[in-house]
Design a protein around this ligand. Structure first.
Ligand code: TYD
Ligand code: MG
Length: 462
């Protein structure tokens, strides 16, 4: 008897192969191939004409004559969300919202459904399709968020065929699919959430979004490795990829654009999870510095850039005598190896002995910082704790520290200084090389600028 035809897919990138492979030739991931029934006869779907799907005319058109006023934005009423989308929802776009389970994806999108119809003059038909929760469960969540307009509809459905029919019939303006991993098409034969199902569902939704001018948000769960489960392919197909992230322990959440065909990927939105849904955090610096101790050794404030947005965060360090042969070193929120490197630089270039000390470094508030601009703050926090001398509480610092102990300039100095000024800081310790190049406009600040060229000069600062 003939065996049902199967193909192998790479779980990571969607690479297709007739036989099993140990390593994916596409993305070089090991052991990522899974066997799935081949979706015969379905090939033509994703290869359909884009003109037919509403992307444009079938004839070549002079670039200059392409009109752009079709790009109409719908404001969601959640400013932080609009910002990340690049100024609102674009009609007919397909947006993927990824994130860990429980981070608040469903809450955010349900809240968006509510807010988008807030203005009295707007009546946009919104359809929330859930394959994960029952209508009652969604209603319970909705009750926590508040009153909903009569234009918001719910549907519990996972069959792609039926979802398509509903969209064609109801013609909503905005649709939420929660989540793409639960949607399946019967003919495909693989289990929901498998590579071929997710691919098929996304391709079909893309056609609907473009063809019918429906904005579709799809929720995608994230794998252990931190990418949207299923093929990477999904990210190529959609217009916008947003990640909703944050520590489960910290209450704040960051919405980040990883890809955006209609805006910059530099924007972030900051939210706080409260009892009645997600609240916008319009002043993240204030939020991050809440509860900061005054005049305590080991605490230093530094402005870090999240996209184009400066946020002040507090770096804390604790240096104490070790009780073990091997001193303990811990870093939370910053790279562990970077902290070790900076401590080595301090030993060598400042002549202080840290070999017999335990050191703990933490970024308060649960932020994770990967930019080198935080180096100087780490060094100063360690030094401050080591010497048990507090840094003036109205001072911020930033700068990258090199291996010879030199302090190097970093980008977007002006924005960082401006944020510090806004938050009422009075002194700024910054790299010398940069200060020399600051324009007159940028130096017109009420902050006292203290320039340092190497970490040897830091001792005087404390
Ligand atoms: P949820 O939006 O279901 O997350 P996801 O869809 O990403 O899996 O819910 C996130 C968590 O937020 C859940 O554990 C309950 C909590 N929550 C609140 O704290 N306040 C609220 O108002 C709501 C609706 C949820
Ligand atoms: Mg959910």
């Amino acid at each position: 008897m003939a065996k049902a035809k199967t193909v192998f897919f790479c779980k990571e990138c969607g690479f297709e192969s007739a036989k099993w492979l140990g390593q994916c030739p596409g993305c070089h991931a090991w052991n990522s191939f899974v066997e799935e029934p081949s979706a015969s006869g379905k090939k033509g779907r994703s290869g359909g004409s884009v003109a037919a799907a509403g992307y444009g005319s079938r004839e070549p058109m002079p670039l200059r004559q392409v009109s752009t006023d079709a790009e109409e934005r719908i404001h969601t009423g959640i400013r932080e969300f609009d910002r990340v989308l690049g100024g609102g929802i674009v009609k007919g776009s397909l947006v993927l919202v990824g994130g860990d389970p429980g981070i608040g994806k469903s809450t955010l999108l349900l809240q968006m459904c509510r807010e988008v119809n807030k203005p009295a003059d707007s009546s946009r038909k919104v359809l929330y399709i859930s394959g994960e929760e029952s209508l009652q469960q969604i209603k319970l969540r909705a009750d926590r968020l508040g009153e909903f307009s009569s234009e918001v509809f719910l549907l519990a459905e996972t069959n792609l065929e039926l979802i398509e029919q509903t969209l064609e019939r109801e013609k909503p303006d905005i649709v939420v699919i929660d989540s793409i991993q639960t949607v399946y098409r019967e003919e495909v034969g693989a289990a929901p959430g498998s590579v071929s199902q997710v691919r098929e569902a996304t391709a079909s939704l893309l056609q609907l979004a473009k063809g019918k001018e429906i904005t579709i948000f799809i929720v995608g769960h994230v794998t252990k490795e931190g990418t949207v489960a299923g093929p990477r392919m999904l990210e190529h197909m959609v217009d916008t990829v947003l990640y909703f992230e944050g520590d489960s322990s910290a209450v704040y959440r960051i919405l980040r654009a990883v890809k955006n065909r209609f805006g910059s990927t530099n924007e972030i939105g900051v939210f706080e999870m409260a009892g009645n849904g997600l609240l916008e955090v319009q002043n993240p610096s204030k939020y991050m510095l809440e509860g900061k101790p005054e005049d305590e050794p080991g605490s230093v404030v530094t402005p870090v850039m999240e996209g184009t947005r400066p946020i002040l965060v507090e770096v804390q360090a604790l240096v104490c005598q070790t009780n073990f042969n091997m001193p303990r070193r811990t870093a939370v929120g910053v790279d562990y190896n970077r902290v070790n490197l900076l401590m080595a630089v301090m030993e060598k270039r400042m002549g202080i002995s840290l070999a017999g000390c335990d050191a703990y470094v933490n970024v308060a508030g649960g932020m994770k910082v990967s930019e080198p601009g935080i180096d100087l703050a780490i060094v100063l926090a360690l030094l401050s704790s080591y010497k048990n001398r507090a840094l003036d509480s109205k001072t911020i610092v930033f700068g990258e520290v090199g291996l010879t102990g030199e302090i190097r300039s970093i980008s977007m100095t002006a924005q960082r200084i401006k944020e510090a000024e806004k938050m009422g800081y009075q002194t700024c310790i910054l790299p010398r090389s940069r200060a020399a190049r600051l324009t007159a406009e940028q130096t017109r600040t009420s902050l006292r600028l203290l320039e340092v060229g190497s970490i040897r000069e830091l001792a005087e600062v404390l």
